[in-house]
Design a protein around this ligand. Structure first.
Ligand code: CUA
Length: 329
């Protein structure tokens, strides 16, 4: 049985990788922006070189085996030494130097400084969600980053607690968010679309559910999004107004902010335009009233370890609260 284990593992690994390579997945091999295109190009360059090396090694192995089977000396002495020098020293030196030069060239290209008029965002990693601030536009959101297409966007990446890593495989390289330091990175999307991002540095229990969406829109759509997001939401009416009272008299206000109300805490995501977001709890659930009720009642049941405590509210109050939050467009 043991001798079959390695090939079986390889087949299983290949089967697991196949869905990840299908179109539309957040794969670095489906680049949608200039930096990701460079990374993709470098990946394929390395892949073909590695494949060439693999083919030569396997070819020589088979050649050796074949010659041995036929009987006779396995390696001719004089030729053998030359082959060792050529294939064991000269060829690896050339290949590794080439890879080093090409990697440095690409690293340099994607680290180019941003133009001074680039849109600048602050993205702050938290256990386990993403705070997103547009300082010039006075917009604060969470777990969703809207950007205009075709323009480089400068990100200032920092953390509120431990080390996280910002990664949108289809748009950018990974950049760590390190306590006490702000890292800079450019992202750019060439086409409108929704690109999934993921924390790429193990940061605790819910690292896997620390995900986000980059929503790339045409510049005019982006501008209208900014206009809406920079205003307080419309005042609630009916059941939503009751929901607002529930919100303001509950423990929600100790962590969350909603513009236009007295809630201004910053420990949890800003909820000013919560109803306009696609997901809840850092891309853990689609943002629907049912999912939101479940989340408010029992965050730990959905995302064990999440820092949000369960809210103690009666069913009718919960319903009003959900109506209010979902109405914050
Ligand atoms: Cu944050 Cu992993």
């Amino acid at each position: 049985m043991r001798r079959f284990r390695a090939p079986m593992l390889l087949v299983a690994a290949a089967a697991a990788l196949l869905p990840a390579c299908s179109a539309g997945s957040p794969s670095a091999l489906h680049p949608q922006g200039p930096a990701a295109q460079r990374i993709d190009g470098l990946w394929w360059f390395m892949f073909w070189i590695a494949l060439g090396v693999f083919a030569v090694v396997i070819g020589m192995l088979l050649f050796g085996l074949f010659r041995r089977r036929k009987g006779g000396e396995s390696v001719a002495r004089g030729g053998g030494e030359k082959a060792v020098v050529l294939l064991g020293i000269v060829a690896p030196a050339i290949i590794l130097t080439t890879l080093f030069i090409v990697s440095m060239r690409d690293l340099n290209a994607i680290s180019a400084p941003a133009k001074s008029n680039a849109l600048t965002l602050n993205v702050i990693g938290h256990d386990w969600w993403w705070e997103v601030r547009y300082p010039q536009q006075h917009v604060v959101t969470a777990n969703e980053i809207h950007i205009p297409t075709g323009k480089p966007v400068l990100l200032h990446l920092s953390t509120a607690d431990v080390i996280h890593s910002f990664w949108v495989p289809q748009l950018s390289e990974k950049t760590d968010m390190i306590p006490g330091k702000t890292n800079r990175m450019l992202i750019q999307a060439d086409h409108p679309g929704i690109y999934r991002g993921q924390c790429a540095e193990f940061c605790g229990l819910e690292h896997a559910r620390m995900s986000f969406l980059v929503i790339a829109e045409s510049p005019s759509q982006f501008q209208s999004w900014v206009t809406t997001q920079s205003q307080p939401p419309a005042p609630p009416a009916g059941s939503a107004a009751q929901g607002r009272r529930v919100f303001l008299h509950s423990t929600c206000v100790s962590c969350h902010a909603i513009q236009g109300t007295k809630a201004s805490a910053t420990d949890g995501p800003d909820l000013t335009h919560f109803g306009s977001r696609r997901t809840i709890a850092a891309n853990t659930l689609p943002n629907t009233p049912g999912n939101l009720s479940a989340w408010i009642e029992d965050p730990q049941g959905i995302k064990p370890g999440a820092l949000m405590p369960p809210a103690v509210v009666e069913p009718r109050q919960l319903q009003a609260l959900v109506t209010y939050l979902e109405g914050l467009k």
